[in-house]
Design a protein around this ligand. Structure first.
Ligand SMILES: [Zn+2]
Ligand SMILES: [Zn+2]
Length: 247
């Protein structure tokens, strides 16, 4: 199976352009917003765009495609109006994955336990899976940097949400310290998590089925390409293949 590596992309000029941009930068999966993430407007799917995207995805073998839901969604809001809009918006983007959070005060999903509980409750109503974010995991207090810490953290992933349920890893380095609960993304290899931790994750056979998508900052042109490039450079060939090459 080809490793799926990608980045969050803007949809300027139509969502189907993302497929071509992903291919140009050497990515084979990507994430995007289906509508403005700070507005309640429901996504308008243009059938021509959808058809073009479908054809391009097949042609270039780009997928899975991940939709990041609106920042406004809060299905537990105290305000009835926000709650109703949240449910409607969420329903419009079904198959959505539940992502772990940085675990700041009053936010749910900072621990794998909470994510697993949410998924178990939601699975009765919708086929939800899990998205784990490296930055959120780190600032929520889990150790993914030291070798022993990584193993312990992944054992906890296995025991709570389960490896199979993790469909996407958001690959973001972190500007803040472990346990700081500060959600500030950094370019791969330039933060507190560091390049070796990403190498370990990308080559972890327990996540061979997952897509790895960067949500790193776009400070200047070319940032998306370079983060995809760094992630791809960390993939080592499976051991049996490497052995064959050496012969
Ligand atoms: Zn994320
Ligand atoms: Zn974040």
């Amino acid at each position: 199976m080809t490793k799926r590596i990608g980045v969050h992309l803007g949809t300027a000029g139509g969502a189907s352009n993302c497929v071509e941009r992903a291919r140009e930068m050497g990515a084979n999966t990507f994430q995007f917003f289906s509508s403005s993430p700070r507005m309640w407007r429901a996504p308008q799917v243009d059938p021509k765009q959808a058809e073009r995207m479908r054809a391009l995805r097949v042609k270039f073998d780009v997928g899975p495609i991940v939709i990041h839901t609106s920042y406004l969604v809060n299905v537990c809001s105290q305000t009835a109006e926000v709650r109703e809009k949240s449910v409607a918006c969420f329903r419009g983007e079904m198959h959505i994955l539940i992502e772990n959070t940085a675990g700041s005060e009053c936010s749910l999903g900072g621990s794998f336990d909470q994510v697993a509980e949410l998924v178990a409750l939601l699975q009765a109503h919708a086929p939800v899976g899990v998205c784990l974010d490296t930055c959120h995991t780190h600032v929520a207090g889990y150790d993914i940097v030291s070798e022993g810490g990584y193993e312990q953290t992944m054992a906890e992933v296995g025991a709570t949400v389960g490896f199979e349920a993790v469909r996407v890893w958001h690959c973001n380095d972190a500007k803040a310290l472990r346990g700081s609960k500060l959600d500030r993304h950094q370019h791969i290899g330039q933060g507190m998590i560091g390049v070796e931790s990403f190498r370990r994750l990308l080559n972890d056979p327990r996540f061979a089925h997952a897509a790895f998508i960067a949500e790193t900052p776009v400070d200047e042109d070319g940032n998306e390409e370079s983060n995809v490039r760094v992630l791809k450079s960390l993939i080592t060939a499976p051991p049996n293949k490497a052995a064959r090459v050496r012969k």
